[in-house]
Design a protein around this ligand. Structure first.
Ligand SMILES: [Zn+2]
Length: 80
């Protein structure tokens, strides 16, 4: 993972997943949304594998959300 921003976001989201404040599937949505908007993440060749590891770790279902579903969520800003 080359993106410092995603690293810190993932840490925050993971904390919330552990506290049951965020569903694992939701965390995966946030990760995928960040990657779509982030040139650093898009140019990180190892990132898909790392995201897959995260998914297994938090036991999220293997569902890639649609763009419409996630574009309505303002939560990423709220977590900064
Ligand atoms: Zn990024």
């Amino acid at each position: 993972m080359q993106c410092a921003r995603l690293k810190s976001l993932a840490r925050e989201w993971f904390q919330k997943v552990r506290e049951d404040a965020l569903a694992p599937a939701r965390m995966m949505e946030f990760i995928h949304r960040h990657i779509r908007g982030c040139p650093i993440c898009q140019n990180d060749p190892d990132l898909p594998q790392e995201v897959e590891k995260i998914r297994e770790f938090i036991r999220a279902p293997e569902v890639i959300p649609t763009v419409t579903e996630i574009s309505e969520e303002p939560e990423e800003e709220a977590l900064v």
